[in-house]
Structure formats: C-alpha cells, structure tokens
Design a protein around this ligand. Sequence first.
Ligand SMILES: [Zn+2]
Length: 208
Amino acid sequence: MKATDRPTPGEPGGAATAGRRAFLGAGVAALATTLIGRKLRAAEQVAAAPESTAAAPGPQVTIENFSAAGKSEGTVRVAKVVKSDAEWRAQLSPLAFRVARQAGTEGAFSGEYDHNQADGLYRCICCDTALYDSKTKFDSGTGWPSFWRPISAVNVVKSPDSSLGMQRDAISCRLCDAHLGHVFDDGPRPTGLRYCMNSVSLRFVKRA
Ligand SMILES: [Zn+2]
C-alpha cells in the first residue's frame, strides 16, 4: 500500500497538501510504532523462551553434594528426579521398588548393611544422593542400619507417617522422594536421634 496515493477526502487546495503531509507523517509514525512494538515483543519472546524451557521439567530442590571421600562439595539447585513406576521398576530390584517407591519396610536383620562396619558413604539407591556417613552409624540392635544424623540436613525430608496405626516420622530422599526409613528420638549422643534405615534403599560406597 502506498500512503502517498491515498486521496484526502473533503480537503480543498493548499490545505489538502498540508493535510496529506500531516496524514502521511502520522501514518509513518504509527507504522514505525507498530513495527517497533512487534520487534520488541518478538525479542521478549525469544529472550523468555529458554527460561520457560528450563523450568518445564518440574520443581527444583537444593541438595548438598559430597565427594567420594565424604567432603562437602557445596549445595546445588537441581530439578527433582521424577520417573514413572515403570522406569523405577526397570532400575530397581523388586524389593527396592517396594521399599523405596512404595514406602515398604525390609525384614529386620535381613538387609545387607545392618552389620556393615566399613568406612564410606551410603547413597540413595534411586538417585545416588549422599545420605549418611558411616562415621555416624551405630549398632541399634533393631536389625536395620541406624545413624544418629544424615550426612546433610538438606538431603533428607522428614514427614509425618501415621501408617500401621503408629505415629512416626518418615525419612525420604530430597532429590527423588525415595522412602528411606524413619527417625526416632531414642538415639545416642550427640543428637539423640536414630535414623532407622532400610538397607535396600541405600547403596554403600567405600570411602575413596
Ligand atoms: Zn534419591
């Protein structure tokens, strides 16, 4: 469309020329404003795209990473590990799936870490997050591996559990929600806590 060819109705003589110029000027200004507006909106969309893509996988959590020697490598903000039951079944043993993904409990004295005295870290069977250091393990006599504190307060989540007619505090993995066990207040010093864990929810790795 050529704006200059457009007639200006109802304006005679010299006034028509001035009117046409004014019309043209206003038209160009309006057009420019529209184009700039479109470009700005397009730029905003381009800039916003990576953020919305990054946020898509789901909620983020803060966890503390630990080296193979058990030294803290600081906290990081990462997307939660979310998998379907089919994916967890493919990754885990039937018992580990039952305990870690369905809040089950392994039989007392049946787990492989109940009497494990080796020096190292216990990591999540599902996502490998560091959960306990062997330096805080003690013999509770219960038949389950027991610790008086997690390796990092941010790596585990405590939540009320009223199943089986008992009021308990369940402990799960912050990163993947794996059920790990329960915590009780009859543990040894210095915390007085007993983190009663299922061996099958854990993977022991010797200290490097
Ligand atoms: Zn986990």
